[in-house]
Design a protein around this ligand. Sequence first.
Ligand SMILES: Nc1ncnc2c1ncn2[C@@H]1O[C@H](COP(=O)(O)OP(=O)(O)OP(=O)(O)O)[C@@H](O)[C@H]1O
Ligand SMILES: [Mg+2]
Length: 317
Amino acid sequence: MPIDKVTENYHICQCASGLINLKNRGVDMETKISTEDVSAPGDSILETGTENSRLEGELPLREDHITSNKEPFKCELGRSRYSQSNETNGTAIPVIEVIDVKKSYVLGDLEVPVLHNINLEIREGEFLAIMGPSGSGKSTLMNLIGFLDRPTEGRIIIKGLDINKLSDKEVARLRGLEIGFIFQTFNLIPRLTALENVELPTYANSRNGVDPRERAKELLKLVGLEDRMSHKPGELSGGQSQRVAIARALINDPAILLADEPTGNLDSRTGSEILNMFRRLNEDGRTIIMITHDPEIAGYADRVVLVKDGIIQSNTE
Ligand SMILES: Nc1ncnc2c1ncn2[C@@H]1O[C@H](COP(=O)(O)OP(=O)(O)OP(=O)(O)O)[C@@H](O)[C@H]1O
Ligand SMILES: [Mg+2]
């Protein structure tokens, strides 16, 4: 299955349990998502789940960032404790460790090696750009970092948790709460409004005490789309769709933002608006990992990793 299809299905799968909730809540969105939409890729780690979740209670709840339903949501994107801890200790904490990772795809009898022995440490609060030629394995690496796929060999550690030792359900929870994805092709659901698209991930995973609708509205305001909330993706421009995708990625207040060619389809003005927004999010303490072909865009990052033929060629501050 092509990566695009996997990532497209990811969003839909993320919403699969939301379908039930939507129905339970009796909102009219239930009629807008058909059962065909929730089919999972056959080889996806998303397909199965286990009843037992060891992560329950272990993930940081970040109550300091949770707002009460009674209070107006203040869009607290801050993660000041990350930068503070970095300043205090002089060293940053690794949030993601990629250790001796290899990835091959199997096509019939043929094994296609894509990533060879990747080692990468991403520090908390870092803004990292991943560059490299087309086909070099950037999206494959991002999918592994974001737990959309599992490595053939090696380990990915996020906040000290080894993905290989987690159940699929635990991985889904960790991903749903801690990682925000922004895909090049936006992957918005056409039948839902901008507001519903932003809110949708909360039906699969959400934080206690947050009113999802209010947060979705605040995020859409933050990206300058308060007057487009009821527009469907087909009624939005490319840049506006990208901004809806950014708002959706932030709905669960994730610690890590993964963006694959986030400005690839945008005009330069909208692109730089979005990059400035990334900068602000990063200054507020989020870890940002951005794939780009463009050295000028990579210039927004603190560090650039160059991937070529599935190998990290250089790693420059
Ligand atoms: N599901 C798959 N099955 C088989 N091969 C795949 C699959 N996904 C990706 N590949 C192959 O893996 C290699 C790396 O693909 P990947 O999408 O990671 O590249 P990329 O660096 O993101 O490229 P681009 O800049 O064009 O987006 C490519 O040769 C591609 O054909
Ligand atoms: Mg790619």
